[in-house]
Ligand binder design. Structure first.
Ligand code: MSP
Length: 499
């Protein structure tokens, strides 16, 4: 299918409640999905999110909660669905790794790769980090601590199944080299490339003996084993949108994914394991994997295990959904880390939302009310000179600018896109101050006021179209207030927060 945009988020572990970090990826994905659907219009969009429900971490959390893993998952998944609903996440599909449609495809893939000889049995000896669900070999660790999370590792020796990652290492290096857009941003691409050049890939252990960990998908060729968490979870991106036929050929109208949006914590799994699994299956790789940065709290990564999580529901409840969305998308260039604090959120609120956008809308509506009895004057702008001309040029160039900002080439730079929109808002606010419409009114220069107001109306309409993907509720509220012919002025959109 041409002209389609298939975008995915990670499947979140459901052992704990979602925090700001999880909501960040989904808000970013939602913004792109809305942008592609709305502004671009002609693209067909498929937006997939979901939950990762198998594995030791979840089995243990369920035990602690005195529930079966399935009961526990059924309960926890509601928190995610509920949060996405509250935040206005417009996903098309929500996949759970415990669903039959997923399990069926994972088993099929295991079978195909086993038959092909890319999955084989061997003894596994090494170190395992349960919270990260990751194996490490001796050379990768020091002091028996997980290199990622710094928690204690367990020594393990057991019979397991392995996937031949190593067989495809050279192919992957070439592939990444030939496809500059495949791993983004550049810094992450370089990270993967240098890792692949400097390390020989170990084959990936993809199973667990059932007696030690039973909460997983049984291997079709060895019922005593279940598959290991990453091998299960990554497959969701294809299991959600397609099927294998009798000849083991994968069929899907959406695949390849146009964008896998992830955090940089799961780059290796997505940029190394996943393309190799697909290559072994003779399925095309995704077009782009983009790894964004982390939200930190006082310079340390937000995570449940560090006990420093901030709840998205609390923030959105306290300041408003759009304010929360706006802050996350605006405050940090996509790809970099950011520090979350309510103080910086309030600062953004007061400057960008209250002073700039809110003020422009409110003062424009007030003038339409006052000078034109709430009717939007018809006829279009008669003369555009000086600042009015500059504003009109800015309006004309905005679409293209934002479409570049929100492309892979532009680094999906939400922050930059918003900055471009705000340049226009600020030009308009300056224009009001320079024009001094109250003086024009005193001199009864009604044609000039009309032209002036129409410039502002054009600005607000353009801004409204462009912010819709980022802050949809605000966009519809502006649309309601600034009707087609008549206005319905409401309260200010963002009353200043006193600090
Ligand atoms: N279940 C795996 C992913 C499987 S994908 C096939 C997993 N889940 S997770 O619940 O730990 O979610 C990880 C993702 O949540 C990150 O990649 C990122 O998208 C988001 N974030 C979690 N913490 C974050 C921050 N502190 N900051 C920004 N995003 C973070 O890994």
């Amino acid at each position: 299918m041409r002209n389609k945009f298939y975008i995915t988020t990670p499947l979140y572990y459901i052992n704990a409640s979602p925090h700001i970090g999880h909501s960040y990826t989904n808000i970013a994905a939602d913004t792109l999905a809305r942008y592609m659907r709305g502004v671009i219009g002609e693209k067909k969009v498929w937006f997939l999110t979901g939950t990762d429900e198998h594995g030791q971490k979840i089995q243990r959390a369920a035990e602690d909660a005195k529930l079966t893993p399935q009961q526990f998952s059924d309960k926890m998944v509601l928190q995610f669905r509920d949060l996405w609903k509250k935040l206005g996440i417009s996903y098309n599909d929500f996949i759970r790794t415990t669903e039959d449609r997923h399990i069926k495809i994972v088993r099929k893939i295991l079978e195909i790769l086993h038959k092909k000889g890319d999955i084989y049995q061997d003894t596994y000896q090494g170190w395992y980090c349960t919270p990260c669900e990751t194996f490490w070999n001796q050379s990768q660790i020091s002091e028996q601590l997980c290199p990622d999370c710094k928690r204690g590792l367990e020594r393990i020796s057991e019979s397991n199944y392995f996937f031949k990652l190593s067989k495809y290492q050279d192919w992957l290096i070439r592939y990444i080299n030939d496809h500059p857009e495949f791993i983004r941003p550049e810094i992450r691409r370089n990270e993967v490339t240098s890792f692949l050049r400097n390390n020989k890939l170990n084959d990936l252990c993809i199973s667990r003996p059932k007696e030690r960990m039973s909460w997983g998908i049984p291997l079709p060729f060895s019922p005593a084993h279940v598959t290991y968490v990453w091998f299960d979870a990554l497959i969701n991106y294809v299991s959600a949108v397609g099927e294998f036929d009798a000849k083991d050929k994968y069929k899907s109208e959406w695949w390849p994914a146009d964008l896998h949006l992830i955090g940089k914590d799961i780059l290796r799994q997505h940029a190394i394991y996943w393309p190799i699994i697909l290559k072994a299956l003779d399925i095309e790789p995704p077009k782009c994997i983009f790894a964004h940065g982390w939200w930190m709290i006082n310079e340390s990564k937000m995570s449940k295990s560090r006990g420093n999580v901030v709840s998205p529901l609390d923030m959105a409840g306290k300041y408003g959904i759009d304010v929360y969305r706006y802050f996350l998308l605006r405050d940090v260039p996509f790809g970099l880390d950011g520090n979350f604090s309510e103080a910086s959120l309030v600062k953004r609120f007061n400057s960008d939302l209250a002073n700039d956008l809110g003020n422009l809308v409110y003062r424009t509506l007030t003038m339409i009310e006052k000078y034109f009895q709430s009717k939007i004057p018809g006829g279009g702008v008669a003369i555009k000179v000086g600042e009015a001309k500059a504003i009109s040029d800015k309006i004309t160039s905005l679409d293209e600018k934002i479409s570049l900002n929100l492309s892979a080439l532009g680094g999906f730079n939400f922050s930059q896109a918003l900055e471009s929109i705000w340049e226009l808002i600020n030009m308009a606010n300056k224009y009001v101050e320079q024009t001094k419409p109250w003086n024009l009114a005193k001199e009864n220069k009604i044609d000039e006021i009309k032209d002036f107001i129409l410039v502002l109306v054009d600005v607000i309409n353009k801004v409204d179209d462009q912010i819709a993907a980022f802050i949809p509720q605000t966009a519809s509220s502006i649309k309601e207030q600034l009707g087609k012919d008549e206005i319905k002025k409401g309260k200010p959109l963002f009353p200043r927060i006193q600090t």
